[in-house]
Design a protein around this ligand. Structure first.
Ligand code: ADP
Ligand code: MG
Length: 620
């Protein structure tokens, strides 16, 4: 049988085709050209960089800098593939300190465009101009021009129509170019930037800004009161990883991750480890699906991070990603913990309706979180009728709570006096429409959602408590019978460990029912029905994610269940509370971490400051 095909002959690609293929990796669209050119300008030690683009960069991209310039003798090499001034040996690749290192950007760009380089070094009396079209360079010739380098890229992909077709609309390509510049400008506050799109200035940043000034001028000065400064210098075991950043309050979290800027050694990156650490640090403070506004500059020895793993260098690989995770997580978490996160309602003279994005925070102290005041907790639990609106017995074991909260306060590790606002102790407390609690602190009026706050307080208690062993369990004289499907009963073995930690004893007592013999005392006392609670757990268990969470340690699943327990056990909107209950709930607010938001991330409290009132009444 010889319908076997003849082997195809192998031939070396022409240099142009080879470069065009290589260009496919680096030069995807105008914004990738912008990134490469601007990074070259930064590597050349520039203090001012200007980008001009026309038609979204498809017609023209020009980057002009005042950096070192290129020696005329080296100019032909600048556009040759694999020629670079930044790396000479393989060992250099383990400690890359420049943004560029592959020596292929200009070669790739020149193969798919009309490129010209005008450059002049400090020692040269005139500039040199090199023009090049699709890889074919004219001889370099003298020209006039200032010190520094100006590189123009015209008619991108003019000779590769297939690639040109993949470009998006002019406004989209333009926006991507500007996004690149935004990230670069954030990472290099000492350099001045100007970005001009079709002769219109898109943004301009002066040179020599401090990192903080740069972040605020890029993100918008009006965000200043809502951004906290975070740093990780003071942290114990950062082992050479340093972090500085600006961290947005939960109130300015957004529906997209476009206001998240993360840099490793000055390089913008996307990194799942870091993103995860950020979201963990905000856990419980923002609602799911929202993203904090955040700028993080993480620096470490170049040998701790491999930047040579992605064609556009947008991803990196860490030698110790656990360390990076922990530094990011702790830096943000401590910053948030130390801040007053209760949003203030800000009123404008036109009195626009309340809006979450208008929420504004007055000068946020960077003091450590308030230490727990044992007297507050004790008084809360001394009485029998703790926030108990339905005449049942108290929901907490006094000693357990005291111990749990003391542990948590000790972990926060501070007993210094705090600058955070606290509820003024002898103040009147008002319950409004059986749903909201109104009181004052030293900054103004505080309005609290009674259910959300109670839920948060109970969640924190349960979380601390469950880490120390199974919850106290209440034996039921007659088992509660919970209807369950055959499929749900099959899940029972997977749930047993969770049940044990919660103090639930349950077994099938028929093909479609579960008998519950013991139930968490806490829920029992809060009059949560076993049927209602177990049905809710089964509903969760039918989600594969929940079961897989259980299998991998169960922490996520446990939080999920505690969250549901606190929600069911908390006072509801519509429950009347006595003065004592109100006072005690507020006392607990002071001692619980993250009391500003309920476990789902919704705020528990808002504030109207005295300043707001003065404005409202035209006294200011
Ligand atoms: P790489 O940046 O990886 O070295 P490039 O192809 O981007 O590779 O650039 C090739 C070389 O051209 C650089 O190593 C640098 O010496 C020189 N060069 C490019 N742009 C500039 C610039 N704006 N100023 C000074 N030198 C530059
Ligand atoms: Mg480069």
């Amino acid at each position: 049988m010889s319908d076997r095909p003849e082997p195809k002959r192998i031939q070396a690609l022409t240099p142009l085709v080879a470069s065009q293929i290589a260009a496919g990796e680096v030069v995807e669209r105008p914004s990738s050209v912008v990134k490469e050119l601007v990074e070259n300008s930064i590597d050349a030690g520039s203090t001012r960089i200007t980008l001009e683009i026309e038609q979204g960069g498809i017609e023209l991209i020009r980057v002009t800098d005042d950096g070192s310039g290129i020696d005329p003798a080296d100019l032909p090499l600048a556009i040759a593939p694999h020629a670079t001034s930044k790396v000479t040996s393989a060992e250099d690749l383990d400690r890359i300190a420049t943004l560029g290192f592959r020596g292929e950007a200009l070669a790739s760009i020149s193969s798919v465009s009309r490129l010209s380089i005008r450059t002049r070094t400090r020692t040269q009396s005139a500039a040199t101009l090199l023009e090049c079209e699709a890889d074919v360079a004219q001889p370099a010739r003298p020209s006039s021009g200032p010190e520094g380098t100006s590189i123009s890229v015209r008619n991108l992909f003019f000779n590769t129509p297939a690639r040109r077709k993949f470009l998006k609309s002019v406004p989209t390509e333009q926006e991507r170019c500007v996004d690149v510049m935004r990230a670069v400008a954030l990472a290099h506050p000492a350099i001045g930037f100007k970005v001009v799109c079709d002769s219109r200035v898109s943004f301009e940043m002066p040179a020599d800004q401090s990192p903080k000034e740069r972040v605020l001028s890029m993100l918008g000065k009006e965000l200043a009161p809502q951004m906290l400064e975070a740093s990780a210098d003071q942290f114990d075991d950062a082992r050479g990883v340093t972090l500085w950043g600006m961290v947005g309050l939960p109130a300015i979290a957004r529906g997209t991750n476009k206001s998240q800027f993360i840099f490793i050694n000055g390089r913008p990156v996307r990194d799942r480890t870091i993103q995860h650490a950020v979201l963990e640090a905000y856990r419980g403070l923002i609602e799911p699906g929202r993203f904090p506004t955040i700028v993080l500059m993480i620096d470490m020895s170049p040998s701790g991070v491999d930047v040579n793993v992605h064609p556009a260098k947008a991803e990196v690989r860490f030698r110790d990603s656990g360390l990076v995770h922990s530094v990011v997580y702790h830096a943000i978490k401590r910053t948030l913990q130390a801040a007053d996160l209760t949003p203030s309602i800000s009123f404008t003279p036109t009195n626009r309706p309340l809006d979450r994005d208008m929420a504004q925070l007055p000068g946020s102290g960077l003091a450590p979180p308030p230490p727990m005041n044992p007297a507050q907790v004790a008084s809360f639990f001394e009485r029998n009728n703790v926030i108990n609106t339905q005449g049942a017995r108290p929901g907490f074991d006094v000693d357990q709570v005291r111990q749990a909260l003391a542990t948590s306060a000790a972990q926060q590790g501070s007993s210094e006096p705090t600058a955070l606002p606290t509820i003024v102790p002898t103040t009147k407390i008002l319950q409004i429409h059986k749903s909201y609690i109104v009181t004052q602190d030293d900054q103004g009026i505080v309005i609290i959602d009674q259910h959300a706050l109670h839920e948060r307080v109970m969640f924190e208690y349960l979380l601390e408590r469950v880490l120390r062993g199974p919850l106290q369990s209440q034996h039921l004289l007659t088992p509660a019978v919970v209807p369950a499907s055959a499929r749900q009963l099959e899940l029972l073995p997977e749930l047993q460990e969770l049940f044990a930690r919660l103090g639930i004893e349950a077994e099938p007592i028929g093909p479609f029912s579960l008998g519950v013999r013991s139930f968490p005392a806490f829920l029992f006392e809060r009059r949560v029905e076993p049927i209602e609670f177990l049905t809710a757990i089964f509903e969760k268990a039918e989600n594969a994610q929940f079961i897989s969470n259980l299998k991998s340690g169960g922490e996520e699943a446990m939080r999920d269940v505690l969250d549901m327990m606190s929600c069911k056990a908390a006072v509801k909107a519509g429950d009347r509370m006595t003065d004592v209950e109100l006072a005690e709930l507020l006392a607990l607010r002071e001692s619980v971490e993250r009391s500003s938001n309920c476990p789902h991330g919704r705020p528990t409290s808002v504030r109207i400051t005295i300043r707001d009132l003065e404005k409202l009444f035209h006294r200011a």
